[in-house]
Design a protein around this ligand. Structure first.
Ligand code: UDX
Length: 420
């Protein structure tokens, strides 16, 4: 298997047997595949695509300023690969693209005289649990007109499933759902499945956050509410955790991409628009709660613990922790931060004057308040006695609703959650 990576420093990292981002279990898999010769990292389409019967496109699709998907890398990869596709080879799209992209690429292939079947095979893995999710999937979707090619793609995953126990052991990730489904669909359905699934999950989070705001107003506890709401098997408890809102490289851009797709096709997706605007308002809502608790933000010293958009990753794209830190700094607070993995990535997004620290203790020294913005185990298990000892003030804003109010209050901390 070839891994084509045009970025020289990333390629060098892979060649050295490591991933260029933090992801549980991945380094050992890269190292072992390099050692046994089954993985060949390269920057050359010619040397890789020419020898491949299946070509997976897994490039980034960032969003444009208007919220639509930027397909620059998707199109560039397709055009470069097209030059070297061998007769019978299949082109498989894993990148998240708006519905209709596959048909555009097929038209490009036709123009270039490339006959390769085109299959949409959306990716559902989560960062931080990418290896686990790849091995223990809920479903594998492959969509396209060429039924044989669809079956071939599904067959690649069936093979992977056969080696699952071995890979699980080697990578050290946990086991999971062993009865995932294989689903063959049309091309446009496959493209829509990915963004619709992400938009639905994002909608669940925004739903929980809107009920959390009502819980704040009426003195209910969102965790109790969602525990009981989610106990209904038709609803399910997952993705109903209220807090500072969702971030990352997927939900924000998939939601805006779906809205843009709708508008392009004359359909206004009001539910999805509301999901987005509610989420955009959550960091500001957290700051407002802090403002009330502190009697103002200006000249206060506030620590943010957690800059990654979620635990288990060094990714800070659209991270609520970074947004909250920046709003606070803009409002005149002195802001200190700490993250176990994401400090380097966060550096370019944090406003000037925001300090990064080497430990939770350093970030907390002398602060009036602390905001827990990512549910890293290191942060959640930090002893309440140390908060009380290290901080000047006593306000603890739990923006991920992951700590016990009772435990924090018993150490004389003023606990504030989101909807609790
Ligand atoms: C997501 C999808 O889950 C995955 O299927 C898709 O392939 C890529 O996008 P990911 O972005 O890695 O995965 O993270 P995810 O675990 O879904 O969390 C996204 C954001 O939502 C995080 O900021 C997380 O903190 C937040 N979140 C999640 C909540 O605020 N509440 C929840 O209940 C769940």
């Amino acid at each position: 298997m070839y891994a084509v990576e045009p970025n020289p420093s990333r390629l060098e990292t892979i060649k050295a047997g490591r991933s260029f981002f933090f992801e549980e279990g991945l380094d050992v898999l890269i190292k072992s595949a390099l050692d046994n010769g089954s993985l060949i990292p390269t920057d050359s389409y010619a040397n890789s695509v020419k020898h491949s019967f299946a070509v997976f496109s897994c490039v980034g699709t960032p969003d444009n300023p208007d919220g639509s998907s930027n397909l620059e890398y998707v199109m560039s990869a397709a055009k470069q690969a097209a030059q070297y596709m061998q007769p019978g080879a299949i082109y498989i799209q894993k990148s998240t693209v708006p519905v209709g992209t596959g048909l555009q690429i097929i038209a490009i292939f036709d123009k270039l005289g490339v006959q390769a079947p085109y299959i949409s095979n959306p990716e559902f893995l989560r960062e931080g649990t990418a290896v686990h999710d790849t091995l223990y999937f809920d479903r594998i979707v492959a969509g396209g007109d060429d039924k044989d090619a669809v079956e071939t793609v599904l067959g690649i995953y069936q093979k992977l499933e056969e080696s699952r126990d071995k890979i699980t052991k080697l990578s050290g990730v946990s086991t999971g759902n062993k009865s995932g489904q294989y689903m063959a669909t049309s091309l446009n359905s496959a493209e829509l499945i990915k963004v619709a699934a992400n938009a639905f999950l994002a909608m669940k989070i925004s739903f929980a956050n809107s009920i959390a705001r009502l819980s704040d107003a009426v003195d209910a506890d969102i965790v109790e509410v969602m525990d009981a709401v989610g106990a209904d098997a038709r609803i399910g408890r997952s993705f109903l955790n209220a807090g500072r809102g969702y971030g990352g490289g997927c939900f924000p851009k998939d939601v805006s991409g779906l809205i843009a797709s709708g508008l392009k096709n004359g359909v206004e997706l009001e539910l999805i628009q509301a999901t987005q605007s509610l989420n955009d308002s959550m960091p500001g809502y957290i700051v407002k709660k802090l403002h009330t608790a502190l009697g103002g933000i200006k000249n206060k010293k506030i620590a943010i613990l957690g800059l990654a958009f979620k635990a288990g990753t060094s990714d800070v794209r659209r991270s609520p922790g970074v947004t909250i830190a920046n709003i606070l700094a803009q409002s005149g607070a002195t802001v200190t931060t700490y993250d176990p993995q994401a400090q380097e990535q966060a550096a370019e997004w944090l406003y000037e004057g925001i300090s990064q620290n080497f430990s939770i203790n350093d970030a907390l020294a002398g602060v009036d308040a602390v905001v827990i913005a990512t549910d890293w185990p290191e942060i959640l298990t930090y002893p309440p006695t140390l908060y009380a000892k290290t901080m000047k003030g006593a306000i603890l804003m739990d923006a991920v609703n992951a700590l016990s109010r009772h435990r924090m209050e018993s150490h004389n901390l003023t606990y504030i959650g989101v909807g609790r």
